[in-house]
Structure formats: C-alpha cells, structure tokens
Design a protein around this ligand. Sequence first.
Ligand SMILES: Nc1ncnc2c1ncn2[C@@H]1O[C@H](COP(=O)(O)OP(=O)(O)O)[C@@H](O)[C@H]1O
Ligand SMILES: [Mg+2]
Length: 275
Amino acid sequence: MAAGDARPLLGNREEIEAHIAHMKRDGRHIAPVLWRGQPAWLKLAVPQPPAWRYQLLAGAAKLLGQPAMQAVRPHGGSHGLQVEASRIRALAAAGLRTPELFDESHGWLLMSDLGQATLESLIRHAAPDERLVHWQRGADYILQAHRTGQYLSQAFARNFVWSPEAGLGAIDFEDDALAAMPLADAQTRDWLPYCFSTAIYFEDRLPQLCAAINHALAREAPAVRIGVHQALRRTAWLRMLRRMPVRLQRRDVRKTRFFGELARHCSQSSAHGRP
Ligand SMILES: Nc1ncnc2c1ncn2[C@@H]1O[C@H](COP(=O)(O)OP(=O)(O)O)[C@@H](O)[C@H]1O
Ligand SMILES: [Mg+2]
C-alpha cells in the first residue's frame, strides 16, 4: 500500500491471495482494493454464527406469530459467499443495481465498488427535512426488487450504497431468506430491517415517515402489505424502551425504541391490512 488509506492495487490471483493473507492477519473480512484500476471490494468468508442465536430468534418470531421476523441464519464460510454471489446474480438479472462480480474463489469474492456513502450515513448526515428523499430511494429499491419477484433479506440502510452518478445499489447477501420462508414473508421481512435501521433518524418526523411507508406499501402485493402492518402492530410495544434511563439507552436500544415509536404511529394512523 502506498499510503495508509490508499487502496492496494491488485491485478491477478497471486496478488489477491497475498492481500487475503494480510487481511486475515489483521482480522479483517472486507477491504477496499483497486482491481486493475477499478475500485473494488475483497470480501472473505467468516465463520457461521452459532445456531442457538437463530433458534432463539425463530422462537421469538413464533411467539409474535410473525414468520417474516424470523432471522435467517447466514451460512457463513465459503457457502455464505456462494449464496451472496448467487443472490447478486439473481438481483442483477432482475435489473437491480448490485456489485459486479470481478472474480471469486473458495472463501472470497472480488466485487465492484458501488459508491462512497451508505444510505444510512446519507440519511444520518442529511438535514432533517431532506432525510425522506434518501429514505424514499431505499424504499423504491425494495419495491423494484419485489416487483420483479426478488427479495433482499438484509435490507438495513447500511447495506445500500449510493452513487450520485449510478444511483442506489444493494450489498451483503450472505443469507437466503427464501430457503427459510415463502416469498411473501421474505418480501415482508425486507421492510422490517429497513424501518428498524431508519426510524431513529425521523425522531420528530414519524408521521411523515409513516405516510411514506403507507404510500410504499400501497404498491406492494396485499400479502406483503398485510404482513408488514401486522408486524408493526405487534412490535409497537418496543417503544416502552423510552422508559429506560437515558444513560442506558445505547444506540441499538434507541434504534429499537424508535422502531417501536414508528410501529405505533403507523398502527394508529392506518387501519389498512387488518387481517
Ligand atoms: N461493493 C461495495 N461497494 C461499496 N461499499 C461496499 C461494498 N462492499 C462493502 N462495502 C462497504 O463495506 C461495508 C461492509 O460490507 P458488507 O458486505 O455489508 O459486510 P458485512 O457482512 O460485514 O456487513 C459496507 O457497509 C460498505 O460500507
Ligand atoms: Mg453489511
């Protein structure tokens, strides 16, 4: 590397393998590189997370009567990256913006760079009255994926990347929701991480965010619309976290709390989709 933050130049598999050795030594599983002059990302396989965590989440989803909220256990290892590559191909074939796969082998993927800023950082750093414009781009992406019979599964705002020239793209597909649930549940499920990861940035604009959500859901298949409204009704209680002392409200707690606040607003403001 020429400078501390310069992307290393890679041009062949030998150089890729050498850089992978560096990454492993530094404990990194993803790194920006330059592949034959083009900005790219080298992503390595990580071990599969423990099964008990996902069994717990599956139990919670069952308790809530909400199959779409079930977490899908990522495969991890090189199988996880094979899932990622095949999801990227399927989404690209459906006309969605995803990274181009430059090369892949057992345990790694080399893919094109989609842009500098994640959607989460764009929303977070935008002026409050401009946040909805960015939010809508993520919603449009999800809607387009669903219209073409696709689904994302890890649709957190941090997994969308924005480029002013090329628009929004999506990354990070190590799990395949369709392996664990029907398509309508997988599509329902996309809205939950998206709302969960963005509600906190609309603290004082929750009615506007609800209106945008309802507008987006009106363009969804009825099963998905009903599923999301049901999930929101069943998670509104999470706003109880507001009662926690502020000093204990870490960021993940606040995100969960605002998701609950959003869920309550949306449940109150809309009678659509009642089963
Ligand atoms: N193709 C890409 N284009 C632009 N940024 C990327 C790309 N791949 C990864 N990144 C950056 O690296 C971060 C982590 O990558 P990701 O694939 O989401 O891995 P993880 O499984 O650790 O979440 C992303 O949030 C994004 O900032
Ligand atoms: Mg990610």
